[in-house]
Write a protein that binds this ligand. Structure first.
Ligand code: TRP
Ligand code: SF4
Length: 324
């Protein structure tokens, strides 16, 4: 099993419920590889690379804090395992460019990130590099969000094409869809770093409380005596994910009957989030205290990953009758 994330900033609650919670469960039952894809970050951030290194460490800390266990799983950084680059290059010889051009995220991202020139070779090859990440480990299962399904489909097509041309080397990986509950940001839009509406896994208690206080509520509930509609309220969306059943029930009923105020409701949410984030914050601090601890974990992960990827690449070269 393999999955990855781009190091584009510190992780937030959306990453926790959308990915990390399922990863920490999967590592109990699967041989897991978790990769921080810094080369993928370059595909959009090539003009401003100043923070990619720092974010790579942040993401690693967030993962470990969230419960990824380096003794159990292989945690590593993509750029440390050059086999990804070699496989990407070899696969680039057989992938028809229309396959890449028709991946929906290609045009979408170009539209969304109009401030930069994404008419690059590297950006077009984003999903191919992702395929190399996956195939280098012959991963059978790839837990991803819905937006990644076309990338997985492309990966399967490339595996098939390779196998047809050179012989059966790659299994076709399966996407494992993580059905994440919808988690809006503090302003009600999708939680995202770029909207500035995210609650970070690393937020200090005061910052957490401040963000919850600033959260949008049911806009019709302009006064304490007006009953509210939890189903349209971002605070309640968070209760549903992070609070105990009794608290969810209390908020739901209290809101509809105007029995509680939004301030009470938010106070309870801060407590629920704090209960979840406090142990993570502590694990993070312990790791951050000793910078060599993280280095050690990442270099061990790199060596383990390299061991597997280099075996695959030996098979790939033999199948293609090419050196390396
Ligand atoms: N494209 C993925 C995303 O944006 C990140 C990623 C890169 C990835 N390589 C991967 C995910 C391999 C799963 C497997 O979320
Ligand atoms: Fe939202 Fe809670 Fe206020 Fe209801 S009481 S509107 S659920 S914050």
């Amino acid at each position: 099993m393999l999955s990855g994330m781009r190091p584009t900033g510190p992780l937030h609650l959306g990453h926790l419920v959308g990915a990390l919670d399922s990863w920490t469960k999967l590592q109990q039952t699967h041989d897991c590889f978790f990769v921080i894809v810094d080369w993928h970050a370059l595909t959009t951030e090539y003009a401003d690379t100043a923070r990619i290194r720092e974010y790579t460490r942040e993401v690693a800390l967030d993962w470990l804090a969230a419960g990824i266990e380096p003794d159990r799983s292989t945690v590593f950084v993509q750029s440390g395992v050059k086999e990804h680059a070699e496989l990407h290059l070899l696969l680039s010889m057989i992938v028809p460019t229309p396959w890449l051009e028709r991946v929906p995220s290609y045009k979408e991202q170009q539209e969304q990130l109009r401030d930069r020139d994404l008419n690059t070779y590297g950006f077009l090859g984003y999903p191919l590099l992702q395929a190399a990440d996956i195939l280098a480990y012959k991963a059978a299962t790839v837990p991803v969000g819905e937006d990644q399904v076309p990338h997985l489909e492309l990966c399967r097509e490339i595996a098939r094409r390779f196998n047809n041309l050179y012989g059966a080397v790659f299994p076709e990986p399966q996407a494992l869809l993580t059905r994440a509950p919808r988690l809006p940001g503090t302003d009600g839009r999708k939680m995202s770093k770029s909207y500035g509406n995210a609650i970070l896994l690393s937020d200090a208690p005061a910052e957490l409380a401040r963000k919850v206080e600033s959260m949008m509520t049911d806009p019709q509930r302009t006064h304490r005596h007006i009953p509210g509609r939890p189903e349209v309220c971002p605070v309640f969306s968070h209760h549903r994910v992070f609070s105990e059943p009794a608290v969810i029930e209390w908020a739901d009923r209290g809101c509809r009957s105007a029995g509680i105020g939004c301030r009470d409701c938010k106070g309870a949410l801060t407590a629920s989030l704090e209960a979840r984030l406090k142990p993570m914050r502590e694990r993070r601090a312990a790791l951050a205290d000793d910078p060599f601890a993280l280095d050690g974990i990442l270099s061990l992960g790199r060596d383990k990953a390299r061991g597997v990827a280099s075996e695959t690449l030996a098979e790939v070269r033999a199948a293609m009758r090419i050196g390396g």
